[in-house]
Write a protein that binds this ligand. Structure first.
Ligand code: AMP
Length: 302
């Protein structure tokens, strides 16, 4: 199976109590694609400017990532800058420069059009929808991520796109903002009326929840003594989650539960170092070892 992703490929400026990076490769689709490629083939759709060098593109090379759909335009890459507060849970966005994304009109290469799994990473909802419309047959599974930036600026567009989505993967504050409900279970019910039949809520160091017709499934976070930079952890989570499902080609309850664990594992590696550095050096055996560890730490006999 192959997994299509559309989203930002970017440069980020990151400040955390553990250090500072002025300009490091990032973007939601970058983290997602690298994480998912450990489990499945990935078809990447995005746009970069002429400041994105061959050396930068090497992040996708030697992995199961097809970059035919990564357009090059004249101008600068999407740029995002943020600062994390002491607890690393809260972050302030300092800059969002759309640059080449402002005029992006995604065109799917022919060979991507039959993708069975689709992930619409955090990007303008109208662009997410335009990519989905170009997939010729209804995919087996469509998942979407978004953020406060789009919930506030383009709410109608977002609601229209959500009608075509099976799984919404967002964090707890976005869940509350989108649904206008503080209680997460009530928020989930509200969101189900918008289109998705399942909701994955990422809760940082408190783990992640899957809410669907079978009820609720929780995975604890893999706690680290020295987290450095949470940037991209949510996208890497989504990459592990969707990558696993695309790899096994099914999404029954047991598959979704395992996918939650692989999502958690990929997110936890991402925060160990700045930007995608840790993800890039990761080995499959480390992923499986951490999944086993998570299984152990959440076992009990009732
Ligand atoms: P996360 O930490 O999972 O929320 O994702 C961080 C990544 O999302 C960074 O690498 C940014 O380049 C990217 N990003 C931040 N804001 C936006 C936005 N408005 N649209 C698309 N991508 C964004």
């Amino acid at each position: 199976m192959s997994l299509l992703v559309v989203g930002s490929v970017a440069f980020d400026g990151i400040e955390s109590p553990y250090g500072k990076e002025e300009r490091i490769i990032g973007g939601a689709a970058t983290y997602f694609a690298v994480a998912a490629s450990f489990f499945t083939r990935v078809n990447l759709v995005g746009i970069v400017g002429d400041d994105f060098s061959k050396k930068d593109e090497a992040i996708f090379r030697g992995r199961r990532i097809d970059t035919t759909g990564l357009e090059r335009a004249s101008g600068k890459c999407f740029f995002w800058a943020g600062r994390y507060l002491e607890n690393l849970n809260e972050r302030v966005t300092l800059t969002t420069e759309l640059n080449v994304f402002a005029d992006f009109n995604p065109k799917l290469p022919e060979k991507y059009k039959g993708s069975k799994y689709v992930f619409l990473a955090n990007i303008a909802p109208s662009l997410q929808r335009s990519v989905l419309q170009q997939v010729t047959k209804r995919p087996k599974l469509v998942a979407l991520d978004t953020m406060n930036y789009w919930i506030e600026r383009t709410p109608d567009d977002l609601k229209e796109t959500l009608r075509h989505v099976d799984i919404l993967i967002i964090n707890d504050s976005e869940t509350r903002q989108l649904s206008n409900e503080h209680n997460l279970l009530r928020a989930a019910k509200h969101i189900f009326k918008m289109g998705p039949s399942a909701l994955v809520i990422k809760r940082g160091e408190y783990g992640a929840l899957l809410v669907d017709k079978n009820g609720v499934f929780c995975v604890p976070a893999f706690l680290l003594e020295e987290p450095h930079d949470p940037t991209g952890a949510g996208d890497a989570f989504a990459g592990g989650f969707m990558g696993y499902l695309s790899g096994v080609g099914k999404h029954k309850d047991a598959d979704l539960r395992r996918a939650m664990v692989y999502g958690t594992v990929m997110g936890s590696f991402t925060v160990e170092e700045f930007g995608p550095r840790r993800l890039v050096r990761l080995k499959s055996k480390e992923i499986h070892a951490r999944a086993r560890h998570l299984w152990k730490l959440s076992q009990f006999k009732p």
